[in-house]
Design a protein. Structure first.
Length: 318
């Protein structure tokens, strides 16, 4: 399965089944983004961030008395993370179930958007698997942070230790490519402990190929979010509340009021588009991860032309 074919199938299946996940985006993702936007506006608008690029030290000023609202912002950000993990779990679980049902069908393993949407009544099962998916994500994130800190400390300590930075980057890339499919493993029914062994097993001697696919998917995801954010900025500009002073790249001092619109409602409106982009990215990444996971496990053959993968509007009956 080529990278282009994998991304194309993932994208078409995502677009075709998007309506099945719209309630979660409307009821979970967008409200949390809007609430976070309002809290961030009130908590940070008068703040100043000063950065020392030589040492990496960052100092915040003019945030006295803003601790309560900043605490609310952090709480909303954590809740948003958990909400997005639920959306990922729900999507991945439904895609895996649709392909497994189709594989047992006498007509052959062809999946269309209706097959995935038919899993909309499985939210309860996704909610039960969601803590495990979230835990697996946090474990991987912890490893990423530890490796990053090792590299950062090496760079700060001495010029000789800078040579360790490429090694740390390579270690992060290796760990990412070998373990990122653990989320899809849990969503598809594996226990969280088994998911790491499962992910490592199916990526043995395939880490470079998996890494290339993940990088391609990440580029698509960032592009999707960038487009959504552009629409948000346009909406804010049309409302006449865009900040007048542009922020210089890599400036030592950043005034947050140069980043935020003049009122919280405008920021919340612009973040609605960002929420849609992030929600769509979660669905696309969950779909792509699950297709790759099932393919590497040998549960389906996505390279078998019309006999496997996504067939939109196929009228395939179940």
């Amino acid at each position: 399965m080529s990278v282009g074919d994998w991304l194309s199938r993932s994208f078409r299946l995502t677009v075709g089944s998007l309506g099945g996940y719209l309630p979660l985006i409307l009821l979970v993702v967008i409200p949390w983004f809007m609430a976070l936007a309002v809290a961030a506006w009130y908590g940070l608008r008068d703040g100043v961030m000063m950065t020392d690029f030589e040492t990496g030290a960052v100092e915040f000023q003019n945030l006295d008395g803003r601790l309560p609202i900043l605490t609310v912002s952090i709480a909303l950000l954590v809740m948003l993370f958990f909400g997005l993990r639920l959306l990922y779990t729900y999507t991945s679980q439904n895609v895996a179930a649709a392909f497994r049902r189709s594989a047992n069908d006498s007509a052959g393993p062809v999946v269309d958007s209706a097959d995935v949407e038919s899993g909309a009544n499985t939210l309860g099962l996704a909610a039960r698997r969601w803590p495990a998916v979230t835990g697996v994500t946090l474990i991987r994130t912890f490893v990423y942070v530890v490796l990053y800190l090792i590299g950062w400390v090496a760079v700060v300590l001495s010029e000789v230790m800078v040579l360790l930075a490429p090694v740390v980057v390579a270690a992060i890339a290796w760990f990412w490519s070998r373990h990122v499919l653990s989320n899809a493993s849990v969503s598809a029914g594996q226990g969280w402990r088994q998911s790491f062994d499962d992910a490592r097993g199916i990526t043995t001697n395939k880490a470079m190929g998996v890494f290339g696919r993940l990088v391609s998917l990440t580029i698509v995801g960032f592009s999707l979010i960038l487009v959504a954010n552009t629409f948000g900025s346009l909406a804010s500009a049309i409302s006449g509340s865009q900040p007048d002073t542009p922020v210089e790249p890599f400036a030592d001092t950043v005034m947050f009021n140069d980043l935020f619109p003049s009122n919280p409602a405008a920021l919340a409106l612009s973040w609605v588009f960002l929420a849609i982009g992030v929600g769509a990215w979660q669905i696309l990444s969950a779909t792509a991860h699950t297709l790759l996971y099932l393919d590497l496990r040998g549960e389906l053959d996505l390279s078998a032309g019309d006999g496997g993968g996504v067939a939109e509007g196929s009228g395939h009956a179940h």
